[in-house]
Design a protein around this ligand. Structure first.
Ligand code: GLN
Length: 243
């Protein structure tokens, strides 16, 4: 069995340790004896192969880098990604990547940046940049910890549901107490850090979705997550002290 990971725009969209999410996906699959290949896809390349990746990672970036990525997504590479997602590929996205999976990102200065439009969210620049530890809880009681640093405020449409409820920090927009978005096999969030090493259950969910694309449902063998769980618990305590 093998897993194909597509790392989207790593040269433009991989800030605040986001590359660690690709490492976490790759390592947690390899620890289970799954063969892993990672390929990068970035602006200006020939048309992405829409049939290759099982799961993508799309990280965070500055407004400046996002306009370059938005322009690339407006062309054949965006069409290829939409086709890949329609074919069952999963996506984990953080901050800038999350914003660009949505309908559009309207930065504080410059023109609105059209998104891929596969996630029913819209982002507009806010007056206050949200920076700090971010802790949220999913509907089924799982905790997620990370670090947020964004001025974009994201609002969900009816087709997307929140990834979690904010416990500490600001999350999507600092108002509706939601964090992130889930729609099919697409996940967006504001959890930098990187997120997946400290939230191994989410990494395993993405690996399962990725494997299902070509191999069908797979039961992943459990791993010893003692250290990962301890890291999340410790970071969660720090986050709860955030005023
Ligand atoms: N430039 C976007 C914002 O400020 C995304 C930032 C990021 O990816 N950390 O909201």
């Amino acid at each position: 069995m093998d897993l194909r990971i597509g790392h989207l725009y790593p040269d433009l969209m991989s800030i605040y340790g986001d590359r660690g999410n690709v490492i976490a996906l790759s390592q947690r699959a390899a620890w289970r004896g799954i063969d892993v290949e990672t390929r990068t896809f970035t602006a200006g390349e020939a048309r992405f192969d829409p049939d290759w990746a099982d799961v993508y990672f799309f990280g965070g970036g500055q407004d400046q880098g996002q306009d370059l990525v938005g322009a690339d997504l407006a062309g054949p590479n965006g069409d290829a990604l939409r086709r890949s997602i329609a074919g069952g590929a999963a996506v984990f996205s953080v901050c800038g990547g999350y914003q660009l999976l949505g309908k559009e990102y309207v930065p504080d200065t410059g023109e609105p940046i059209p998104g891929l439009g596969v996630l029913d969210v819209t982002t507009r620049a806010g007056k206050v940049r949200f920076v700090g530890n971010l802790l949220c809880e999913t509907d089924d009681g799982k905790m997620l910890i990370g670090f947020e640093n964004h001025s974009g405020y994201t609002y969900l449409g009816p087709l997307a549901k929140p990834l979690g409820r904010v416990i500490a920090g600001h999350g999507n927009n600092g108002t509706d107490k939601t964090e992130g978005a889930v729609q099919g096999r697409l996940i967006g969030c504001y959890l930098h850090g990187s997120a997946l090493p400290k939230n191994p259950w989410l990494a395993d969910q993405l690996i399962s979705w990725g494997l299902a694309r070509r191999h069908g449902a797979v039961d992943l063998a459990p791993l010893d997550d003692t250290d990962e769980d301890a890291a999340r618990a410790q970071a969660a305590e720090v986050a709860k002290t955030r005023t």
